[in-house]
Design a protein around this ligand. Structure first.
Ligand code: MN
Length: 252
């Protein structure tokens, strides 16, 4: 597939650079294609590695995270979270996941997520990339409607009613190639506010052409948005870039 995306800066708002076999090479591909890449992490103990990638590569924005599915095994790392939180504007991957696990594990996920959200809201200006699989209502309840930074629902898979509720509460959305490939994903995306949409790959978990998506593959999400909005790809890329710049400036 060759996509005729204009040579404009792109945005990958959720990519696990550290989970690729060659993170440096993937980061280099983001820089050469000019893809602003929020490099999420799944546990505080691995953040320093990604922070190192960002020091060497101006396209990489490191995010400090604690993935809900790792709360059971890595929850004790929460104490390591706070020193890193001062080092970056970006937070993720955090959130809730109710697909598996007991009510006790879910309650522990909520405690960890609530603690992180509260601390971020006290500091102000933080940009959070949030996982909300089968847990959108609780994610909305915990973040609330007056968070002092920006809360992005990454790979949203809830209902259209939940899109509306999240929108009312000020949430943003980041959409990926897997979402634009499904009819259900497209219907949800059509309801999301255009001034609060970003693109993402969620690489290496999302596949494009049967291989793990890397930051330049956000072009596939840009193309999907162009079809959904019935707008030229150039216009879509420019809307997403403007949205991202507002985030960086803290004026979102
Ligand atoms: Mn992810």
């Amino acid at each position: 597939m060759s996509l005729l995306v204009p040579d404009i800066e792109l945005v990958d708002a959720h990519c696990h650079l550290d989970l690729f076999p060659e993170p440096k090479a993937v980061a280099a591909s983001a820089l050469s294609r000019r893809v602003h890449t929020i490099a999420v992490t799944n546990a505080p103990s691995v953040f320093s590695f990604t922070q190192g990638l960002a020091i060497a590569n101006s396209s990489v924005y490191p995010a400090i995270g604690l993935h809900p599915e790792l709360v059971e095994s890595h929850g004790q790392e929460l104490s390591l979270f706070w020193p890193h939180l001062n080092a970056t504007q970006f937070v993720g991957e955090i959130g809730l996941d109710y697909v598996k696990g007991s009510e006790e594990i879910r309650a522990r996920q909520r405690r960890v997520f609530e603690t992180i959200v509260r601390r971020c809201s006290e500091i102000g200006g933080k940009v959070m990339s949030i996982h909300s699989r089968r847990s959108v209502a609780d994610v909305i309840a915990i973040v609330g409607g007056s968070f002092s930074g920006t809360a992005i629902l990454h790979w949203f898979s809830g209902s259209s009613r939940e899109v509306a509720r999240a929108t009312e509460h000020g949430f943003w959305f980041s959409v990926n190639p897997a979402m634009v490939a499904s009819a259900r994903g497209r219907a949800l995306i059509a309801d999301m506010p255009r001034d609060r949409i970003l693109t993402e790959t969620d690489g290496p978990f999302v596949l494009v052409e049967d291989r793990p998506a890397t930051p330049p593959d956000v072009a596939v999400a840009v193309q999907g948005l162009a079809e959904i909005w019935n707008a030229p790809m150039e216009e879509v890329a420019s809307v997403v870039l403007k949205n991202f710049r507002r985030l960086l400036a803290g004026t979102a």
